[in-house]
Design a protein around this ligand. Structure first.
Ligand SMILES: Nc1ncnc2c1ncn2[C@@H]1O[C@H](COP(=O)(O)OP(=O)(O)OP(=O)(O)O)[C@@H](O)[C@H]1O
Length: 431
């Protein structure tokens, strides 16, 4: 008949290998469990994108690459670009990496090394206009994108709204990937383009009804949303809403474009130079609309107006030649890049040298920002000068020659912009 088989007591018997067998089975079980976890994680990620089964190695990989990233060389045609990332930009990139790694949903928009290269034509090399933009924007944040003409701001927005495809990298809007889930993103996105895209023969109300329907609003909800929208941009009273858009003033058209971008309560809105071409009163009106709209929405706004940026935005990024040069709130940027006073003096042109000498006496480290027919502007390092000394020097100059005007001011956002844009150009391109 059969034997009793193995018993727990036999484990201590050196004549059988049962102890070893159990240890091997335990190790195999742990290994299979780990492989199953990796396979599951690789198949389920935010936005439905597949992750590498070796995603767990990324933590080490990222740390390694971050420390080597600072100055990097890129070749485009005959030009060599030196990328010198500033600490704030590096920190923003790390924030993006962390957010992606942890599936952090507190960010409404996450751009992950977004790049755009327009293909070259007639044998010319391609044009790189967005060179690896990494940005993480919180829910409810209004982010201002500043930059000189041709910096790549519109190209960036066009990628975000699905008009053009990124050449590499991607962005996530509320966890949805712009390269694969644009249809879902559209349902919760609003756009105010740089130039008003309106039908001259349709009224303001008809525009909003049309765009409201595109956002899946129907019946009473649609009528109510249109009415609220018209009221919020001051196009409701006096029958304005039922006038053809072709008869609207520039300010009214712009306000209608902003209203269109906000209909259906989208959680993410892009505004490309919303107040361009408006007179100060219309611009103030529009700013009030945007300010009201900021609650609970993430807005990316491009602008050439420093006043607008300071007025509306929680954070700003200065974008030059496809690269983010700095990022922070307006106060931080002024503090970081503005360790100086701006001294301006206007005299007749034959006293320009006297002014240069006056400034040199105040501080040998002063920098001339510009000189235009008798008006000179200098940066004076705050640490090196006393305001009283400046006043004394100006009084002294006034006793010797005619000073038409002068001023001493703290750094403005415009000074920061000029400084950052100017510093970025010579370093970025070494031909
Ligand atoms: N479809 C295209 N093909 C090739 N080059 C393009 C294309 N669209 C834009 N560019 C070029 O890309 C660069 C960036 O243009 P973009 O409009 O994105 O800049 P921007 O910062 O929005 O400028 P602005 O402030 O003047 O609106 C410019 O040099 C422009 O000529």
């Amino acid at each position: 008949m059969g034997t009793d088989g193995m018993r727990w007591g036999d484990l201590s018997d050196n004549n059988n290998e049962m102890g070893h067998v159990l240890i091997i089975m335990l190790l195999e079980w742990l290994l299979v469990l780990f492989i199953a976890y990796c396979t599951y994680e690789a198949g389920s990620s935010r936005s439905g994108d597949r992750r590498s089964p070796f995603f767990f190695l990324k933590k080490f990989e990222k740390k390694h690459s971050a420390s080597f990233r600072k100055p990097s060389l890129q070749r485009h045609g005959s030009k060599v670009y030196v990328q010198l990332e500033k600490l704030d930009v590096i920190q923003e990139r790390e924030k993006v990496e962390q957010s992606l790694l942890e599936h952090d949903m507190s960010h409404a928009i996450v751009c992950d090394n977004l790049k755009k290269v327009y293909p070259g034509r007639d044998g010319n090399p391609g044009k790189s206009v967005v060179r690896g933009l990494s940005l993480a924007l919180s829910q409810g944040e209004c982010f201002g994108m500043l930059g000189p003409n041709g910096a790549g701001k519109t190209s960036f927005i066009n990628m975000m709204i699905g008009l053009i495809k990124p050449s590499s990298g991607t962005a996530y809007v509320q966890g949805l990937d712009i390269t694969t889930n644009m249809d879902q993103i559209y349902a919760n996105m609003g756009v105010c383009p740089q130039h008003d895209l309106l039908w001259e023969t349709l009224t303001g109300r008809e525009h909003l009804l049309f765009y409201g329907r595109l956002k899946n609003l129907k019946g009473f909800t649609l009528t109510q949303a249109v009415e609220e929208s018209l009221k919020s941009v001051d196009l409701f009273n006096g029958g304005v809403a039922d006038k053809q858009a072709g008869k609207y003033s520039g300010g009214m058209k712009r306000r209608l474009s902003v209203a269109i971008s906000l209909i259906g309560d989208p959680k993410v809105v892009y505004m490309d130079e919303p107040s361009t071409g408006l007179d100060p009163a219309s611009r103030n009106n529009l700013w009030n609309v945007v300010k009201r709209a900021k609650q609970n929405r993430t807005i990316i706004l491009t602008t050439h107006s420093m006043e607008e940026a300071e007025h509306l935005c929680d954070r700003l990024g200065i974008f030059v030649d496809g690269n983010l040069q700095c990022v922070g709130n307006p106060k931080e940027l002024k503090g970081r890049y503005g360790g100086s006073y701006v001294f301006t003096m206007t005299t007749s042109s034959n006293h320009e040298v006297d002014i240069e000498n006056l400034v040199k006496d105040l501080s040998l480290n002063a920098n001339k920002i510009y000189q235009i027919t008798g008006t000179q502007k200098f940066e004076l390092p705050k640490k090196a000068i006393k305001i009283a000394d400046v006043f004394r020097a100006v009084e002294n100059a006034k006793s010797r020659f005619q000073v038409q005007a002068w001023g001493l001011a703290d750094t403005t956002l415009e000074d920061v912009f000029i400084k950052v844009a100017r510093e970025a150009q010579p370093f970025d391109v070494l031909s």
